[in-house]
Design a protein around this ligand. Structure first.
Ligand SMILES: NC(=O)c1ccc[n+]([C@@H]2O[C@H](COP(=O)([O-])OP(=O)(O)OC[C@H]3O[C@@H](n4cnc5c(N)ncnc54)[C@H](O)[C@@H]3O)[C@@H](O)[C@H]2O)c1
Length: 252
């Protein structure tokens, strides 16, 4: 087991990549605080993880709010005695070019996708220092590396995550804290299915999503979770400040 008795906190744990990561981390023996703004879906995730080598507990928090982020970190420390791994994964997608994006949507995307990473790291790093080190993983996107049409606020937030990850990696390297970003392509998650279902012509939207994929298929949450396990484990001890692309060739 690669994460035996490691203490991890995973945000966005109620669905998609976050849920698959809670499953993968507990399979590898970790104690996981499964955080989501939606307490019932996070509780479903925890129930699914029951019986694995590690364990998971639910904590409800909106990661864009400082008091709630501080509370989730405190909960992990009080429950398990510290924090080894912070996986900032929660995020939302809003479509639109700059001229089409309402100011409040811009603020919301920045708060949920980017400020959450700042806040999570701000309050987790002192706890990691106390333990002599730690690992931070941030979910960015290929939209955090290359220009993507019609995703102005989303791309800006994800590019911000890549920059912040690199700053953290270099600022805390002497504290034995590693920080890496994951840049997925298009992953088959409930939110993606919902976006396709809500399109004017869902079948045409599904075909369009697939047509953009060089491999002819989408990624799976489990494939992204497997990368997160690797980045959390000792095997990746020489990696920090990376923005690892996992996109089936989408950004090539
Ligand atoms: N699915 C993709 O194709 C894809 C591609 C690249 C990057 N990503 C990124 O991966 C991450 C996870 O995406 P997913 O597709 O699994 O999404 P998802 O929508 O399936 O799951 C996201 C989870 O985050 C939770 N969440 C949303 N806002 C929150 C908040 N303010 N506080 C706490 N929790 C909150 C939701 O309740 C949900 O359970 C996101 O950061 C997303 O931007 C996804």
């Amino acid at each position: 087991m690669r994460l035996k008795d490691r203490i991890a906190l995973i945000t966005g744990a109620g669905a998609g990549i976050g849920r698959a990561s809670v499953m993968a981390f507990t399979r590898e023996g970790a104690h996981v605080v499964a955080v989501d703004v939606n307490e019932s879906t996070a509780a479903e995730t925890v129930a699914l993880a029951r019986g694995s080598a590690g364990e998971a507990v639910v904590f409800r928090a909106d990661v864009s709010r400082s008091a709630e982020v501080q509370a989730m970190i405190r909960f992990a420390v009080e429950r398990y005695g510290g924090l080894d791994i912070l996986f900032n994964n929660a995020g939302i997608v809003q479509n639109g070019t700059v001229t089409e994006t309402p100011e409040d949507e811009w603020e919301q995307t920045m708060a949920i996708n980017l400020r959450s990473v700042f806040l999570g790291c701000k309050y987790a790093i002192p706890e990691m220092r106390r333990r002599g080190g730690g690992v931070i993983i941030n979910t960015a996107s290929v939209a955090g590396l290359v220009g993507v049409r019609n995703r102005a606020s989303y791309s800006a937030s994800k590019m911000g995550i890549v920059g912040l990850t690199r700053s953290i990696a270099i600022d805390y390297i002497q504290d034995n804290i590693r920080a890496n970003a994951i840049c997925p392509g298009t992953v088959d998650t409930p939110s993606l299915r919902q976006r396709i279902a809500q399109a004017e012509d869902p079948e045409a939207a599904r075909i369009a999503f697939l047509a953009r994929q060089p491999m002819g298929r989408l990624g799976t949450p489990e494939e992204i979770a497997a990368l997160a396990v690797y980045l959390a484990a000792e095997e990746s001890a020489y990696m920090t400040g990376s923005a690892t692309v996992i996109d089936g060739g989408l950004s090539l």
